[in-house]
Design a protein around this ligand. Sequence first.
Ligand SMILES: Nc1ncnc2c1ncn2[C@@H]1O[C@H](COP(=O)(O)OP(=O)(O)O)[C@@H](O)[C@H]1O
Ligand SMILES: [Mg+2]
Length: 418
Amino acid sequence: MNENKTSNLDSVLGRLVVEHGLTTPEELQECLELQRQKLSEEGSNGAPLGDLLVEGGLITERQLKRISPLAEEVGKGQQIPGYRIKRRLGAGAMAAVYMAKQLSLDRVVAIKILPRKYTNNEQYIARFYAEGKAAARLNHPNIVQAIDVGKSGDYHFFVMEYVEGRTVGDDLTRHGRYSEKDALKVVIQVAKALDHAHKAGFIHRDVKPKNIMITADGEAKLADMGLARAESDREAAEAEQGKAYGTPYYISPEQIRGEIDVDFRADIYGLGCTFYHMVTGQVPFEGPNPSAVMHQHLKAELMPPDHLNNELSSGVCEVIEVCMAKSPDKRYNSSGDLLEDLEAVAAGKPPQEARKKFDIASIAALDDTAHSGAAPAWAAVSGTVPLTAQPVFWTAVLGWAVAAIVLILVIIMATAAN
Ligand SMILES: Nc1ncnc2c1ncn2[C@@H]1O[C@H](COP(=O)(O)OP(=O)(O)O)[C@@H](O)[C@H]1O
Ligand SMILES: [Mg+2]
């Protein structure tokens, strides 16, 4: 049993050192031959492949240390019946994702393997299976297809469509920001994915650049749909502390407050934050730790996106600011409404739905300020609304028109009297 485990681990390690270019296949063969010789020596238990690779000067101690945990994880995955794990694709706060071959259909898939600590949380596991199975029934070109959920040994796993490409997060790390036109292309596709999911009763809860994959053809796909989150959103966000892109830059105020009846508008907020990052090259709120960032989502005024990138159209800024309103009521009424505005802006037209929201907000604000004297949260927003979209503008125009007509009448009457 022990021997089997060791040899399984060694075969994975052997494959990985070659795949990572640390040794050639020939050098590995020599090492394996040496290992066989050692094992055949009387009274010997053989030697682990890792030690032989280091002793032979083929890899360094440090390289072995770095690759061993990966070999162990990949080894675990190899035990998933029906799948053969090929390599690790990446890891987030919750789990690691692997590329694998689904043997029955001879196709490449991606498998997310949950860490062992989730096994004991029965409530979470029940939700993981329920949501995973429901997500597998969703079918949309802009959603990474969920395929299967299952358990092997102590590990629960989630099988999904493998997407060859990069994430929006990768792009932002590499290039800083997107042009407005390119960002719109991606965000429109994600809004379509959300519209489809929301209509089917799904809320994603974790819309962020690293969950948007871009294929070689430029098609955007929203990943992790149907992946239940183990902790409350706030706990999950805090668990991501220290990870370069994991800090809660895209989480909605209601998720931070730990509200239980979070709805589709949390996804609209997440997409708004993502859009903001894409067109400005900066996350909407920055801070030294997750708590500081979350505090700002709750309280801080948003720096209007065109203050960071003056090439942005006012339409795009309005859409982002409505998505990112602190209060869900002030955001879009549906992802369909958001999609309409995005498509209008992409066609060079004004975002009608956003403007309706601004009008309602302006009236509500008069009320708010009269009662509290405090500037409302959306105050920063009104600065970027075109004058013609503000009711106060039309009230003034009407006032002047009436005054002018009265003046003309007075002049006519005076002239007639003469
Ligand atoms: N379906 C998939 N196809 C290809 N790569 C994927 C897929 N899902 C996830 N990945 C890769 O694995 C990485 C880790 O994913 P995940 O564990 O969901 O964490 P995060 O979403 O925080 O990046 C992603 O950043 C992405 O590079
Ligand atoms: Mg993900």
